[in-house]
Design a protein around this ligand. Sequence first.
Ligand code: RIB
Ligand code: CA
Length: 312
Amino acid sequence: MSEKIIMDCDPGHDDAIAMILAGARTSHLEILAVTTVSGNQAVSKNTRNALNVLDIMGKGEIPVSMGASRPLIKEPSFAEEIHGVTGLDGPKLPETPRHHATPHHAADVIIDAVKNSDEPVTIVATGPLTNIATALIRDAKIVQNIKSITIMGGGTFGNWTPTAEFNIWADAEAAQRVFNCGARINVFGLDVTHQVLATDDIIQRFALINNDVAGFVVELLKFFKSTYKTYFDMDGGPIHDACAILYLIKPELFKMQHTHIAIEHHSALTYGTMSVDLNNVTDGEKNAYFAVDVNVEAIWQVMEQLLADYNL
Ligand code: RIB
Ligand code: CA
């Protein structure tokens, strides 16, 4: 029995790895649609990258729909320092993908896919939450057929400001709307993703998997490692977005805590900060499941198994 998912993303090296893991034969996930959002790069570049990644996966039939080119309120911001001018620097990719995006807006695709599904749909969000918030604003009732909104974002510390993580900071108004929607929300923030670093040893393990998709992941991780060394002095790129997908495949890899989460979107100093009430010091409703720990070695073993699926 496979779980139906929509992947809303801004590929982005770790988004691309999340897509690859989700598309593996033994993931038991069915990707209904990929939707793209402004984030790591301009949405046009993120869309081209999503189309190229699906082609490399041999999943060119999965529809890709472009979404928001800017946040709900603030000006767009990109993470070009980390992901490069193409948004997926490192591997050589076609300037013009073999497949085209659909003519539909991501938010409308999300609404239609959720409303028309015969079973509840999981929305996996690995970029800013602009498209998800837009879909909820256009049709709040879709919450009734959402199994969960599983997010890479936030955390109890920041990577874009001292207290804010990029995905949440890039559109905090959208994030607050999502956290107030009433759906089950699973959150994979920097507290766990910064434990899952693709160092040289891990890259070498993946390089032993003899197929083109694993080879592509190796190239992605080599570039990602180089920018994380430059900007964060880290010895490996954190596979942030893959954590959201790996939770859906093997939830036992993570320790989750039901808690109250709110997003700051007024203050200039702390805009985009995720307030995670792990010690229950407020009377805020517990509206999310927050990942507080991860079995790192098991993560690598599961990734090796999923990448090996592409041998067939
Ligand atoms: O802060 C990490 C997040 O921002 C990841 O989703 C990465 O792809 C970037 O979008
Ligand atoms: Ca991302």
